[in-house]
Design a protein around this ligand. Sequence first.
Ligand code: MN
Length: 449
Amino acid sequence: MKFAHLADTHLGYRQYGLIEREGDFYNVFNEIVDKIIEERVDFIIHSGDLFEMAKPSPNALLIFQEGLMKIKEAGIPFYAVAGNHDIIMRQNALPPQILFRKLGLSLISPNNPIINSSFLKENDIFIGGIPYLPKSQNSLLKTKLQELSKKSNGFSKRILVSHQGIDKYLPFQYELELADLPDSFNYYAMGNVHNRIINDFGEGKLVYPGSTEIWRSNEVLDYKKNGKGFYIVDISGTTDRKNFEVEPIDVELPREFIFKNIEYKKLDSDLMNLERHTSSLKNKPIVNVTVEKGSFNSADVYKKLNKSLSKSTLMLRPSFKADDLIKEENQIGDKTSLEPKDLLIERLKSFDNEDISNLAIDLLNFLSKDKFEESEKISNSFYEEYFGQYEEEFKKIMKQESKNKKNKNDLHNNDKKENINKSSKNNNNSSRKDDSSEDNPIKNGPSED
Ligand SMILES: [Mn+2]
């Protein structure tokens, strides 16, 4: 018995705004579908970021629909979990995967975290998981993982499906520490990290199949080293992880990403060679050229680059490091330190409260993409978690206070005849409610936690 594991297909992503790049993601996906069917697997697991966006374009939906139809015709069940790209974190919002239930897609959701099928039961296989959760909901994530670990007890093959970054593999953007992952599963079908990773963990194997196309140009390095595609996992042996075979199936990406550093004094000859190479390729490549060393005018060099390469490249991304320019750059300092996120992380260190720091980073991520609903949701749930109990107390205090006031007013009304002026003074006293905010437990908060 074997299954296919893939993730991070990002259907609908139009890299650099290029329709050709959107097509590349579709072509690779179609090739993967054909290969999976050829492999005659028993089921498929997709670990999230199926689509680039939570509201995919009709094009992206159509490509997936056609692929899934082929999979359904081949009689292969398809299990999926939503990734951060598939999720709108509004209360009760549904990920786009939900559209494909009648085409055979079983969605792992907060309400249905475990795949319930007679096929899995007969084969004593547990498949359960959790859709992506941001770092500020880390404690909820840990609780849910422990629940799943318990529920998987007694099954002979236990598979966890998750779309989270783990500190070991995603040092600056993780939501989960490796130590917080229950060690009781035989296979950790992960998504989110775009590099290919296979590691032993606990009683099983922890696997990120990686993105199926180059989603950011820094993924080229891993593609050259480890390839891209998906994994076939053979679970017919015992549950001993040594008999749990994970075999990479590679797809060749349709387009080359070229990185080339050219010394200014060799500009003409290097450009000629580069042009010869790019013209020989079947599909026009993405070319990143850095012209460096020597003293030159970048506008002139830019013109030259364009003239010799624009016809044979899909996208030309030049950068210039003239010697005199380098001096200026050095004055600014390390370029990366100007990233808002890095600056925020640096600033938060002195704050020394990890939970609030996580919330701040999540908020920066969401708000910089205009994801207001998500931001509101994580802020509310953070507030709920930290101050919910205080809010109850606060409400009690307020209730008591208004009762006291009412009693006072009643007493006062009895005295009304005696002095009408006094009652107008009492109205002023109603501002007392605001003054009491000094005792407001929310304000004083559990800052020591
Ligand atoms: Mn992704």
